[in-house]
Design a protein around this ligand. Structure first.
Ligand SMILES: [Zn+2]
Length: 61
């Protein structure tokens, strides 16, 4: 099973080697907690400054 990685810049979670939200290659396998963003207009999306709907890590090391 491939491990999901979280972007260190925007915390977007992806299986790819490049963050699909901000294009950064600075990804970490060491992260905890998941925030699900369905709509970019939601309060939580604005709080974490989400650029794209999807999964975000709460903490990335
Ligand atoms: Zn990113």
């Amino acid at each position: 099973m491939r491990k999901e990685r979280a972007c260190r810049k925007c915390r977007y979670i992806t299986y790819s080697n490049v963050c699909e939200a901000c294009g950064s290659k600075d990804l970490s396998e060491d992260w905890t907690g998941i925030i699900l963003i369905f709509s970019l207009d939601s309060k939580i999306a604005k709080m974490i400054n989400a650029k794209k709907p999807g999964k975000y890590a709460i903490r990335v090391r």
